[in-house]
Design a protein around this ligand. Structure first.
Ligand code: ASP
Length: 584
Protein backbone atom coordinates (compact mmCIF):
# COMPACT_ATOMS: atom_id res chain seq x y z
CA UNK A 1 0.00 0.00 0.00
CA UNK A 2 1.25 3.45 -0.87
CA UNK A 3 0.22 4.73 2.54
CA UNK A 4 -1.46 3.03 5.44
CA UNK A 5 -2.68 6.16 7.23
CA UNK A 6 -3.24 9.81 6.43
CA UNK A 7 -1.58 12.76 8.16
CA UNK A 8 -4.60 13.65 10.27
CA UNK A 9 -5.71 10.42 11.91
CA UNK A 10 -3.00 9.14 14.25
CA UNK A 11 -3.58 9.47 18.01
CA UNK A 12 -1.88 8.08 21.12
CA UNK A 13 -4.00 4.91 20.82
CA UNK A 14 -1.94 4.12 17.68
CA UNK A 15 1.34 4.14 19.63
CA UNK A 16 3.54 1.23 18.63
CA UNK A 17 1.98 0.76 15.18
CA UNK A 18 4.12 0.77 12.08
CA UNK A 19 2.65 3.17 9.52
CA UNK A 20 3.42 4.60 6.10
CA UNK A 21 2.44 8.20 5.36
CA UNK A 22 2.78 10.42 2.31
CA UNK A 23 2.41 14.16 1.93
CA UNK A 24 4.06 17.55 1.62
CA UNK A 25 6.80 18.94 3.84
CA UNK A 26 5.20 21.84 5.64
CA UNK A 27 8.39 22.77 7.46
CA UNK A 28 11.42 21.14 9.02
CA UNK A 29 13.39 22.05 12.12
CA UNK A 30 16.88 21.06 13.16
CA UNK A 31 17.31 20.80 16.89
CA UNK A 32 20.85 19.56 17.47
CA UNK A 33 20.68 15.79 17.41
CA UNK A 34 17.06 15.71 16.25
CA UNK A 35 15.36 16.84 13.04
CA UNK A 36 11.60 17.25 12.82
CA UNK A 37 9.44 17.50 9.71
CA UNK A 38 5.78 18.51 9.74
CA UNK A 39 4.17 16.38 7.07
CA UNK A 40 0.95 17.73 5.59
CA UNK A 41 -1.89 16.29 3.55
CA UNK A 42 -5.58 17.20 3.22
CA UNK A 43 -6.38 15.51 6.51
CA UNK A 44 -3.87 17.21 8.76
CA UNK A 45 -0.27 17.47 9.88
CA UNK A 46 1.86 14.79 11.50
CA UNK A 47 5.27 15.29 13.06
CA UNK A 48 8.11 13.13 11.80
CA UNK A 49 11.15 12.65 14.02
CA UNK A 50 14.70 11.79 12.87
CA UNK A 51 17.41 11.03 15.39
CA UNK A 52 21.05 11.66 14.37
CA UNK A 53 22.29 8.99 16.77
CA UNK A 54 19.90 6.30 15.57
CA UNK A 55 20.20 6.88 11.82
CA UNK A 56 22.56 9.63 10.70
CA UNK A 57 21.99 9.06 6.96
CA UNK A 58 18.25 9.39 7.23
CA UNK A 59 18.62 12.45 9.42
CA UNK A 60 20.97 14.07 6.90
CA UNK A 61 18.47 13.36 4.16
CA UNK A 62 15.66 14.90 6.18
CA UNK A 63 17.74 18.03 6.71
CA UNK A 64 18.13 18.44 2.99
CA UNK A 65 14.43 18.11 2.32
CA UNK A 66 12.92 21.48 1.50
CA UNK A 67 9.48 22.91 1.96
CA UNK A 68 6.77 21.37 -0.22
CA UNK A 69 8.82 18.32 -1.21
CA UNK A 70 6.50 15.34 -1.56
CA UNK A 71 7.72 12.41 0.51
CA UNK A 72 6.73 8.97 1.67
CA UNK A 73 7.85 7.78 5.10
CA UNK A 74 7.49 4.67 7.24
CA UNK A 75 8.10 4.24 10.91
CA UNK A 76 6.70 3.61 14.33
CA UNK A 77 4.09 5.79 16.04
CA UNK A 78 5.57 7.11 19.31
CA UNK A 79 4.02 9.02 22.17
CA UNK A 80 5.57 12.53 22.21
CA UNK A 81 7.41 13.71 25.27
CA UNK A 82 6.24 17.31 24.77
CA UNK A 83 2.72 17.25 23.38
CA UNK A 84 1.19 19.88 21.11
CA UNK A 85 -2.36 20.60 22.25
CA UNK A 86 -3.05 22.75 19.17
CA UNK A 87 -2.78 19.79 16.82
CA UNK A 88 -5.20 16.81 16.72
CA UNK A 89 -2.17 14.58 16.08
CA UNK A 90 -0.13 16.52 18.66
CA UNK A 91 0.21 13.60 21.09
CA UNK A 92 2.29 11.47 18.73
CA UNK A 93 5.13 11.55 16.23
CA UNK A 94 6.61 9.06 13.79
CA UNK A 95 10.06 7.65 14.44
CA UNK A 96 11.01 7.41 10.78
CA UNK A 97 12.99 4.40 9.55
CA UNK A 98 12.41 4.70 5.80
CA UNK A 99 12.05 7.75 3.66
CA UNK A 100 11.54 8.35 -0.08
CA UNK A 101 11.46 11.65 -1.89
CA UNK A 102 8.61 11.32 -4.37
CA UNK A 103 8.94 14.76 -5.88
CA UNK A 104 11.18 17.74 -5.28
CA UNK A 105 9.81 21.27 -5.01
CA UNK A 106 11.18 24.69 -5.72
CA UNK A 107 10.71 27.26 -3.01
CA UNK A 108 7.08 28.39 -3.42
CA UNK A 109 6.50 32.07 -4.24
CA UNK A 110 4.67 32.53 -0.93
CA UNK A 111 4.47 30.58 2.29
CA UNK A 112 1.81 27.93 2.46
CA UNK A 113 0.51 28.74 5.91
CA UNK A 114 -2.89 29.81 7.25
CA UNK A 115 -1.65 33.39 7.28
CA UNK A 116 0.37 33.63 4.12
CA UNK A 117 2.70 36.41 3.04
CA UNK A 118 1.49 36.18 -0.57
CA UNK A 119 -0.49 39.04 -2.09
CA UNK A 120 -3.83 38.43 -3.79
CA UNK A 121 -2.51 38.51 -7.38
CA UNK A 122 0.39 36.22 -6.65
CA UNK A 123 -1.86 33.73 -4.94
CA UNK A 124 -4.28 33.78 -7.88
CA UNK A 125 -1.43 33.15 -10.31
CA UNK A 126 -0.35 30.14 -8.27
CA UNK A 127 -3.84 29.12 -7.27
CA UNK A 128 -2.83 25.45 -6.99
CA UNK A 129 -0.43 26.44 -4.22
CA UNK A 130 -2.93 28.72 -2.51
CA UNK A 131 -5.39 25.83 -2.56
CA UNK A 132 -2.94 23.81 -0.46
CA UNK A 133 -3.56 26.16 2.44
CA UNK A 134 -5.80 24.98 5.24
CA UNK A 135 -8.37 27.80 5.17
CA UNK A 136 -9.05 27.16 1.48
CA UNK A 137 -9.21 23.41 1.95
CA UNK A 138 -11.74 23.95 4.73
CA UNK A 139 -13.77 26.29 2.49
CA UNK A 140 -13.96 23.80 -0.34
CA UNK A 141 -14.85 21.00 2.06
CA UNK A 142 -17.67 23.17 3.42
CA UNK A 143 -18.83 23.86 -0.11
CA UNK A 144 -18.89 20.14 -0.85
CA UNK A 145 -20.90 19.49 2.28
CA UNK A 146 -23.41 22.21 1.36
CA UNK A 147 -23.88 20.69 -2.09
CA UNK A 148 -24.26 17.21 -0.64
CA UNK A 149 -26.82 18.31 1.95
CA UNK A 150 -28.71 20.32 -0.67
CA UNK A 151 -29.03 17.19 -2.79
CA UNK A 152 -30.08 15.08 0.20
CA UNK A 153 -32.72 17.53 1.33
CA UNK A 154 -34.19 18.21 -2.09
CA UNK A 155 -34.14 14.53 -3.05
CA UNK A 156 -36.12 13.82 0.12
CA UNK A 157 -38.65 16.40 -1.01
CA UNK A 158 -39.08 14.71 -4.41
CA UNK A 159 -37.00 17.18 -6.42
CA UNK A 160 -35.23 15.78 -9.49
CA UNK A 161 -31.81 17.10 -10.46
CA UNK A 162 -31.97 17.75 -14.19
CA UNK A 163 -29.26 19.31 -16.34
CA UNK A 164 -30.06 22.09 -18.75
CA UNK A 165 -27.84 23.22 -21.64
CA UNK A 166 -25.03 25.76 -21.49
CA UNK A 167 -25.04 26.63 -25.17
CA UNK A 168 -28.32 28.45 -25.57
CA UNK A 169 -29.91 31.69 -26.64
CA UNK A 170 -30.18 34.81 -24.52
CA UNK A 171 -31.89 34.47 -21.11
CA UNK A 172 -33.59 37.29 -19.31
CA UNK A 173 -31.79 38.06 -16.05
CA UNK A 174 -30.95 41.58 -17.11
CA UNK A 175 -27.18 41.29 -17.48
CA UNK A 176 -25.16 41.02 -20.67
CA UNK A 177 -24.73 37.57 -22.20
CA UNK A 178 -21.44 35.85 -22.81
CA UNK A 179 -21.60 34.64 -26.38
CA UNK A 180 -19.92 31.76 -28.17
CA UNK A 181 -19.42 31.97 -31.93
CA UNK A 182 -20.67 29.00 -33.89
CA UNK A 183 -18.25 27.39 -36.32
CA UNK A 184 -20.90 25.47 -38.18
CA UNK A 185 -23.33 28.34 -38.50
CA UNK A 186 -21.63 31.35 -39.90
CA UNK A 187 -22.39 34.65 -38.14
CA UNK A 188 -24.40 32.90 -35.46
CA UNK A 189 -23.72 32.72 -31.77
CA UNK A 190 -24.81 30.78 -28.76
CA UNK A 191 -25.29 32.61 -25.49
CA UNK A 192 -24.25 31.12 -22.17
CA UNK A 193 -27.14 30.99 -19.69
CA UNK A 194 -27.47 33.78 -17.16
CA UNK A 195 -29.66 31.21 -15.39
CA UNK A 196 -31.66 28.16 -16.46
CA UNK A 197 -34.85 30.19 -15.95
CA UNK A 198 -36.68 29.31 -19.16
CA UNK A 199 -35.63 25.68 -19.14
CA UNK A 200 -36.83 25.11 -15.61
CA UNK A 201 -40.17 26.65 -16.47
CA UNK A 202 -40.40 24.40 -19.53
CA UNK A 203 -39.64 21.41 -17.29
CA UNK A 204 -42.71 22.37 -15.29
CA UNK A 205 -44.76 22.46 -18.49
CA UNK A 206 -43.36 18.97 -19.15
CA UNK A 207 -44.71 17.76 -15.83
CA UNK A 208 -41.50 17.21 -13.84
CA UNK A 209 -43.20 18.87 -10.88
CA UNK A 210 -40.09 19.57 -8.82
CA UNK A 211 -36.71 20.37 -10.38
CA UNK A 212 -33.38 21.49 -9.02
CA UNK A 213 -29.87 21.86 -10.29
CA UNK A 214 -26.61 23.02 -8.80
CA UNK A 215 -25.61 24.90 -11.88
CA UNK A 216 -23.13 27.36 -13.31
CA UNK A 217 -24.52 30.68 -14.53
CA UNK A 218 -22.73 33.30 -16.64
CA UNK A 219 -23.27 37.05 -16.55
CA UNK A 220 -21.12 39.53 -18.37
CA UNK A 221 -21.47 42.38 -15.93
CA UNK A 222 -19.10 45.20 -15.25
CA UNK A 223 -17.23 43.70 -12.41
CA UNK A 224 -18.03 44.97 -9.01
CA UNK A 225 -16.15 43.77 -5.99
CA UNK A 226 -16.98 40.19 -5.25
CA UNK A 227 -18.83 39.39 -8.46
CA UNK A 228 -17.71 36.50 -10.59
CA UNK A 229 -18.54 36.26 -14.30
CA UNK A 230 -19.35 32.61 -13.71
CA UNK A 231 -20.97 31.58 -10.47
CA UNK A 232 -23.07 28.74 -9.12
CA UNK A 233 -26.74 28.65 -8.22
CA UNK A 234 -28.95 26.14 -6.49
CA UNK A 235 -31.72 26.57 -9.03
CA UNK A 236 -35.19 25.25 -8.16
CA UNK A 237 -38.70 25.17 -9.56
CA UNK A 238 -41.99 23.66 -8.31
CA UNK A 239 -45.44 23.13 -9.84
CA UNK A 240 -48.84 23.62 -8.24
CA UNK A 241 -47.55 25.96 -5.57
CA UNK A 242 -48.36 29.33 -4.11
CA UNK A 243 -45.82 31.68 -2.63
CA UNK A 244 -46.26 30.20 0.82
CA UNK A 245 -45.38 26.68 -0.40
CA UNK A 246 -42.14 27.94 -1.89
CA UNK A 247 -41.18 29.99 1.15
CA UNK A 248 -41.86 27.07 3.50
CA UNK A 249 -39.90 24.60 1.40
CA UNK A 250 -36.82 26.76 1.07
CA UNK A 251 -36.86 28.03 4.60
CA UNK A 252 -36.61 24.34 5.49
CA UNK A 253 -33.71 23.91 3.04
CA UNK A 254 -31.86 26.83 4.64
CA UNK A 255 -32.51 25.41 8.11
CA UNK A 256 -31.27 22.01 7.01
CA UNK A 257 -28.09 23.42 5.49
CA UNK A 258 -27.17 25.57 8.48
CA UNK A 259 -27.89 22.72 10.87
CA UNK A 260 -25.94 20.08 8.97
CA UNK A 261 -22.93 22.17 7.98
CA UNK A 262 -22.29 24.57 10.85
CA UNK A 263 -24.62 23.27 13.57
CA UNK A 264 -26.66 26.47 13.73
CA UNK A 265 -30.43 26.58 14.33
CA UNK A 266 -31.68 29.54 12.31
CA UNK A 267 -34.18 31.76 14.13
CA UNK A 268 -37.62 32.58 12.74
CA UNK A 269 -37.68 33.97 9.19
CA UNK A 270 -39.43 37.33 9.38
CA UNK A 271 -41.40 38.56 6.36
CA UNK A 272 -40.73 42.13 5.37
CA UNK A 273 -42.44 43.96 2.49
CA UNK A 274 -39.98 45.63 0.14
CA UNK A 275 -41.42 49.11 0.79
CA UNK A 276 -40.93 48.68 4.53
CA UNK A 277 -37.41 47.35 4.05
CA UNK A 278 -36.49 50.46 2.08
CA UNK A 279 -38.18 52.79 4.58
CA UNK A 280 -36.74 51.22 7.72
CA UNK A 281 -33.37 49.97 6.55
CA UNK A 282 -32.69 51.76 3.28
CA UNK A 283 -32.00 48.43 1.61
CA UNK A 284 -33.84 45.57 -0.06
CA UNK A 285 -31.44 43.22 1.70
CA UNK A 286 -31.40 44.54 5.24
CA UNK A 287 -29.06 43.23 7.87
CA UNK A 288 -31.41 42.70 10.81
CA UNK A 289 -28.83 41.32 13.20
CA UNK A 290 -29.30 44.74 14.77
CA UNK A 291 -32.20 47.18 14.79
CA UNK A 292 -31.27 50.88 14.41
CA UNK A 293 -34.18 51.69 12.03
CA UNK A 294 -34.32 54.80 9.87
CA UNK A 295 -36.67 57.37 11.34
CA UNK A 296 -38.44 59.73 8.94
CA UNK A 297 -38.15 63.29 10.28
CA UNK A 298 -39.25 65.22 7.21
CA UNK A 299 -42.23 66.92 8.82
CA UNK A 300 -40.60 67.25 12.23
CA UNK A 301 -37.45 69.08 11.16
CA UNK A 302 -38.82 71.66 8.76
CA UNK A 303 -39.73 75.26 9.58
CA UNK A 304 -36.76 76.40 11.64
CA UNK A 305 -35.14 78.54 8.96
CA UNK A 306 -32.50 75.90 8.34
CA UNK A 307 -32.41 76.12 4.55
CA UNK A 308 -30.86 72.71 3.96
CA UNK A 309 -33.79 71.02 5.69
CA UNK A 310 -36.49 73.40 4.48
CA UNK A 311 -35.58 72.72 0.87
CA UNK A 312 -35.15 68.95 1.25
CA UNK A 313 -37.75 66.49 -0.03
CA UNK A 314 -36.80 64.02 2.66
CA UNK A 315 -35.11 64.20 6.06
CA UNK A 316 -34.40 61.14 8.17
CA UNK A 317 -32.03 59.86 10.78
CA UNK A 318 -30.79 56.90 12.75
CA UNK A 319 -30.15 56.60 16.45
CA UNK A 320 -26.64 55.33 17.18
CA UNK A 321 -27.14 54.22 20.75
CA UNK A 322 -24.38 55.05 23.16
CA UNK A 323 -22.35 57.14 20.70
CA UNK A 324 -22.85 60.59 22.24
CA UNK A 325 -19.22 60.50 23.31
CA UNK A 326 -18.02 60.65 19.68
CA UNK A 327 -15.27 63.23 19.24
CA UNK A 328 -15.12 65.91 16.60
CA UNK A 329 -12.73 63.65 14.71
CA UNK A 330 -15.13 60.68 14.83
CA UNK A 331 -17.93 62.88 13.52
CA UNK A 332 -15.72 64.26 10.76
CA UNK A 333 -14.94 60.70 9.74
CA UNK A 334 -18.63 59.85 9.55
CA UNK A 335 -19.24 63.01 7.55
CA UNK A 336 -16.51 61.97 5.12
CA UNK A 337 -18.09 58.54 4.94
CA UNK A 338 -21.53 59.83 3.90
CA UNK A 339 -20.00 62.30 1.45
CA UNK A 340 -18.18 59.57 -0.49
CA UNK A 341 -19.57 59.41 -4.03
CA UNK A 342 -20.84 55.85 -3.48
CA UNK A 343 -22.95 57.12 -0.56
CA UNK A 344 -23.75 60.48 -2.05
CA UNK A 345 -24.93 62.67 0.85
CA UNK A 346 -24.07 66.37 0.86
CA UNK A 347 -23.44 66.48 4.59
CA UNK A 348 -24.31 64.99 7.95
CA UNK A 349 -26.24 66.61 10.78
CA UNK A 350 -25.44 65.11 14.18
CA UNK A 351 -27.23 65.56 17.49
CA UNK A 352 -25.60 64.41 20.73
CA UNK A 353 -27.76 63.54 23.73
CA UNK A 354 -25.19 64.09 26.45
CA UNK A 355 -25.20 62.00 29.60
CA UNK A 356 -25.91 65.13 31.67
CA UNK A 357 -29.22 65.63 29.82
CA UNK A 358 -28.05 68.49 27.61
CA UNK A 359 -28.14 68.36 23.83
CA UNK A 360 -25.40 69.46 21.48
CA UNK A 361 -25.84 69.49 17.74
CA UNK A 362 -24.41 70.70 14.47
CA UNK A 363 -27.55 72.83 14.07
CA UNK A 364 -27.62 74.56 17.46
CA UNK A 365 -28.03 77.86 15.65
CA UNK A 366 -31.44 76.86 14.33
CA UNK A 367 -32.99 74.78 17.08
CA UNK A 368 -33.18 75.49 20.80
CA UNK A 369 -32.38 72.43 22.93
CA UNK A 370 -35.94 71.72 24.08
CA UNK A 371 -37.34 72.31 20.67
CA UNK A 372 -34.87 69.86 19.15
CA UNK A 373 -35.71 67.31 21.81
CA UNK A 374 -39.39 67.57 20.89
CA UNK A 375 -38.80 67.43 17.20
CA UNK A 376 -36.66 64.32 17.60
CA UNK A 377 -38.94 62.55 20.12
CA UNK A 378 -39.76 59.90 17.50
CA UNK A 379 -36.16 58.65 17.43
CA UNK A 380 -36.48 57.48 21.04
CA UNK A 381 -33.10 59.06 21.81
CA UNK A 382 -31.92 58.91 25.41
CA UNK A 383 -28.93 60.41 27.17
CA UNK A 384 -25.82 58.82 25.66
CA UNK A 385 -27.26 58.52 22.15
CA UNK A 386 -26.16 60.11 18.91
CA UNK A 387 -28.68 60.96 16.19
CA UNK A 388 -27.32 61.10 12.63
CA UNK A 389 -29.50 62.90 10.08
CA UNK A 390 -29.32 63.09 6.29
CA UNK A 391 -31.53 65.08 3.94
CA UNK A 392 -32.17 65.29 0.21
CA UNK A 393 -33.85 63.11 -2.38
CA UNK A 394 -35.81 60.31 -0.70
CA UNK A 395 -34.60 57.34 -2.69
CA UNK A 396 -30.92 58.20 -2.53
CA UNK A 397 -30.95 59.34 1.11
CA UNK A 398 -32.74 56.17 2.22
CA UNK A 399 -29.94 54.21 0.58
CA UNK A 400 -27.30 56.47 2.13
CA UNK A 401 -28.84 56.04 5.58
CA UNK A 402 -28.90 52.31 4.96
CA UNK A 403 -25.14 52.41 4.35
CA UNK A 404 -24.54 54.64 7.36
CA UNK A 405 -26.59 52.23 9.47
CA UNK A 406 -24.35 49.33 8.38
CA UNK A 407 -21.25 51.40 9.08
CA UNK A 408 -22.49 52.16 12.60
CA UNK A 409 -23.40 48.48 13.01
CA UNK A 410 -19.78 47.63 12.20
CA UNK A 411 -18.39 50.26 14.54
CA UNK A 412 -20.61 49.07 17.36
CA UNK A 413 -19.73 45.44 16.64
CA UNK A 414 -23.38 44.54 16.09
CA UNK A 415 -22.68 42.43 13.01
CA UNK A 416 -21.07 39.30 14.40
CA UNK A 417 -20.30 36.68 11.78
CA UNK A 418 -21.52 33.92 14.09
CA UNK A 419 -25.02 35.45 14.45
CA UNK A 420 -27.53 34.73 11.72
CA UNK A 421 -30.65 36.81 11.10
CA UNK A 422 -32.71 35.50 8.17
CA UNK A 423 -35.79 37.04 6.59
CA UNK A 424 -37.89 37.02 3.46
CA UNK A 425 -38.27 40.30 1.63
CA UNK A 426 -41.61 40.13 -0.20
CA UNK A 427 -43.95 42.31 -2.28
CA UNK A 428 -41.34 43.72 -4.62
CA UNK A 429 -42.58 46.07 -7.33
CA UNK A 430 -43.05 44.37 -10.72
CA UNK A 431 -41.09 47.08 -12.49
CA UNK A 432 -38.37 49.63 -11.96
CA UNK A 433 -38.22 52.82 -13.98
CA UNK A 434 -34.96 53.77 -15.66
CA UNK A 435 -34.39 57.36 -14.49
CA UNK A 436 -32.74 58.31 -17.77
CA UNK A 437 -34.96 56.71 -20.41
CA UNK A 438 -38.19 56.53 -18.42
CA UNK A 439 -38.46 52.93 -19.59
CA UNK A 440 -39.80 50.19 -17.27
CA UNK A 441 -37.61 47.18 -16.49
CA UNK A 442 -38.60 43.94 -14.80
CA UNK A 443 -37.35 44.14 -11.25
CA UNK A 444 -36.92 40.36 -11.08
CA UNK A 445 -37.41 38.99 -14.60
CA UNK A 446 -40.24 39.18 -17.12
CA UNK A 447 -41.76 35.80 -16.13
CA UNK A 448 -42.58 36.91 -12.60
CA UNK A 449 -46.31 36.95 -11.85
CA UNK A 450 -47.94 40.03 -10.37
CA UNK A 451 -49.42 39.84 -6.89
CA UNK A 452 -52.94 38.39 -7.29
CA UNK A 453 -54.71 41.59 -6.45
CA UNK A 454 -52.49 43.57 -8.80
CA UNK A 455 -53.09 41.60 -11.99
CA UNK A 456 -55.50 44.22 -13.26
CA UNK A 457 -52.91 46.98 -12.78
CA UNK A 458 -50.58 45.46 -15.39
CA UNK A 459 -52.32 47.26 -18.23
CA UNK A 460 -53.56 50.40 -16.47
CA UNK A 461 -50.74 51.42 -14.12
CA UNK A 462 -47.95 48.84 -14.36
CA UNK A 463 -45.56 51.04 -12.36
CA UNK A 464 -47.74 50.45 -9.29
CA UNK A 465 -48.12 46.70 -9.63
CA UNK A 466 -46.48 44.56 -6.98
CA UNK A 467 -44.89 41.25 -7.92
CA UNK A 468 -45.32 37.83 -6.39
CA UNK A 469 -41.56 37.74 -5.83
CA UNK A 470 -39.41 37.10 -2.80
CA UNK A 471 -35.78 37.23 -1.71
CA UNK A 472 -34.19 35.29 1.09
CA UNK A 473 -31.84 37.59 2.97
CA UNK A 474 -29.44 36.57 5.72
CA UNK A 475 -27.17 39.09 7.47
CA UNK A 476 -27.61 41.67 4.75
CA UNK A 477 -26.74 39.18 2.01
CA UNK A 478 -29.26 38.27 -0.67
CA UNK A 479 -28.81 34.51 -0.59
CA UNK A 480 -31.70 33.66 -2.88
CA UNK A 481 -34.48 35.12 -4.95
CA UNK A 482 -37.42 33.88 -6.93
CA UNK A 483 -41.05 34.30 -7.80
CA UNK A 484 -44.34 32.72 -8.70
CA UNK A 485 -44.40 32.69 -12.49
CA UNK A 486 -46.88 33.76 -15.06
CA UNK A 487 -48.41 30.66 -16.64
CA UNK A 488 -50.74 32.09 -19.24
CA UNK A 489 -50.14 33.93 -22.47
CA UNK A 490 -52.35 36.92 -21.74
CA UNK A 491 -50.60 37.98 -18.57
CA UNK A 492 -47.24 37.29 -20.17
CA UNK A 493 -48.15 39.52 -23.09
CA UNK A 494 -49.29 42.28 -20.73
CA UNK A 495 -45.87 42.17 -19.06
CA UNK A 496 -44.03 42.25 -22.38
CA UNK A 497 -46.19 45.24 -23.35
CA UNK A 498 -45.34 47.06 -20.13
CA UNK A 499 -41.67 46.38 -20.85
CA UNK A 500 -42.14 47.86 -24.30
CA UNK A 501 -41.28 44.64 -26.12
CA UNK A 502 -42.98 44.45 -29.48
CA UNK A 503 -44.88 41.23 -30.17
CA UNK A 504 -42.19 40.32 -32.70
CA UNK A 505 -39.36 40.87 -30.23
CA UNK A 506 -41.15 38.87 -27.57
CA UNK A 507 -41.91 36.12 -30.06
CA UNK A 508 -38.36 36.01 -31.31
CA UNK A 509 -36.75 35.89 -27.87
CA UNK A 510 -39.20 33.87 -25.82
CA UNK A 511 -41.66 32.53 -28.40
CA UNK A 512 -40.97 28.93 -27.43
CA UNK A 513 -42.05 29.65 -23.86
CA UNK A 514 -45.19 31.46 -24.94
CA UNK A 515 -45.90 28.59 -27.32
CA UNK A 516 -45.37 26.07 -24.54
CA UNK A 517 -47.97 27.87 -22.46
CA UNK A 518 -50.50 26.96 -25.17
CA UNK A 519 -50.14 23.29 -24.33
CA UNK A 520 -51.08 23.18 -20.69
CA UNK A 521 -48.84 25.00 -18.21
CA UNK A 522 -49.25 24.30 -14.50
CA UNK A 523 -49.12 27.18 -12.04
CA UNK A 524 -45.51 27.18 -10.90
CA UNK A 525 -42.85 29.12 -9.05
CA UNK A 526 -39.29 28.80 -7.89
CA UNK A 527 -36.17 30.30 -6.52
CA UNK A 528 -32.41 30.29 -7.03
CA UNK A 529 -29.73 30.57 -4.37
CA UNK A 530 -26.28 32.01 -4.89
CA UNK A 531 -24.30 28.95 -3.93
CA UNK A 532 -20.87 30.59 -3.65
CA UNK A 533 -22.33 33.31 -1.47
CA UNK A 534 -24.13 30.80 0.70
CA UNK A 535 -20.84 29.02 1.28
CA UNK A 536 -19.10 32.28 2.24
CA UNK A 537 -21.98 33.25 4.52
CA UNK A 538 -22.04 29.97 6.43
CA UNK A 539 -18.31 30.35 6.98
CA UNK A 540 -18.87 33.91 8.24
CA UNK A 541 -16.84 35.41 5.38
CA UNK A 542 -17.59 38.27 2.99
CA UNK A 543 -15.65 37.26 -0.09
CA UNK A 544 -16.97 34.49 -2.35
CA UNK A 545 -13.63 34.15 -4.10
CA UNK A 546 -12.16 31.92 -1.45
CA UNK A 547 -15.07 29.52 -1.85
CA UNK A 548 -14.49 28.94 -5.56
CA UNK A 549 -11.62 26.65 -6.47
CA UNK A 550 -10.51 28.59 -9.53
CA UNK A 551 -12.01 32.09 -9.47
CA UNK A 552 -11.45 35.08 -11.73
CA UNK A 553 -9.93 38.31 -10.46
CA UNK A 554 -11.71 41.67 -10.26
CA UNK A 555 -11.07 42.28 -13.93
CA UNK A 556 -12.64 38.96 -14.88
CA UNK A 557 -9.29 37.32 -15.66
CA UNK A 558 -8.04 33.92 -14.68
CA UNK A 559 -4.45 34.83 -13.81
CA UNK A 560 -3.33 31.23 -13.60
CA UNK A 561 -4.29 30.04 -17.07
CA UNK A 562 -4.19 33.61 -18.40
CA UNK A 563 -7.69 33.82 -19.84
CA UNK A 564 -9.28 35.41 -21.75
CA UNK A 565 -6.70 35.10 -24.52
CA UNK A 566 -6.61 35.41 -28.26
CA UNK A 567 -6.94 32.35 -30.47
CA UNK A 568 -4.93 31.18 -33.46
CA UNK A 569 -5.44 32.64 -36.90
CA UNK A 570 -6.95 29.33 -37.96
CA UNK A 571 -9.55 29.52 -35.20
CA UNK A 572 -10.51 33.05 -36.12
CA UNK A 573 -11.07 31.88 -39.64
CA UNK A 574 -13.03 28.78 -38.71
CA UNK A 575 -15.32 30.92 -36.62
CA UNK A 576 -15.84 33.34 -39.51
CA UNK A 577 -14.48 36.17 -37.39
CA UNK A 578 -11.84 38.80 -37.93
CA UNK A 579 -9.67 40.35 -35.24
CA UNK A 580 -10.01 44.11 -35.03
CA UNK A 581 -6.95 45.76 -36.51
CA UNK A 582 -5.36 48.17 -34.09
CA UNK A 583 -5.54 51.54 -35.76
CA UNK A 584 -2.21 53.29 -35.76
N1 ASP B 1 -33.64 32.90 -12.38
C1 ASP B 1 -33.71 33.73 -11.22
C2 ASP B 1 -32.33 34.30 -10.92
O1 ASP B 1 -31.34 33.80 -11.40
C3 ASP B 1 -34.18 33.01 -10.00
C4 ASP B 1 -35.59 32.56 -10.10
O2 ASP B 1 -36.47 33.37 -10.40
O3 ASP B 1 -35.81 31.38 -9.82
O4 ASP B 1 -32.22 35.23 -10.15
Amino acid sequence: MFRTKNCGELRSRNTGENVTLAGWVKRSRNMGGMTFIDLRDRYGVTQLAFNMEVNADLCEKARKTGREFVIQVSGEVMERSSKNKELPTGDIEIKVDAFTILSKAETPPFTIEDDTDGGEELRMKYRYLDLRRDPLQRNLALRHKLALETRKFLDDQNFLEIETPYLIKSTPEGARDFVVPSRMHENQFYALPQSPQIFKQLLMVSGYDRYFQIVRCFRDEDLRADRQPEFTQIDCEMSFVEREDVLQTFEQLARHLFRETIDVELPEFKRLPYAEAMEKYGSDKPDIRFDMPICNLTDEMKGADFKVFDSAAYIAGINAKGCAGYSRKDLDKLTDFVKRPQIGAKGLVWVKYNEDGSIKSAVDKFYAQDELRNRLAKTGAEPGDLILILSGNQKSMQKALGELRLEMGNRLNLRKSTDFAPLWVVDFPMFERDDETGQLHAMHHPFTAPAKKHESLLRSEPQNALANAYDMVINGVEVGGGSIRIHNRDTQEAVFDALNFTREEAQEQFGFLMDAFKYGAPPHGGIAFGFDRLAALTAGKDSIRDFIAFPKNNAGRDLMIDAPATVSAAQWEELHLKPLQNEK
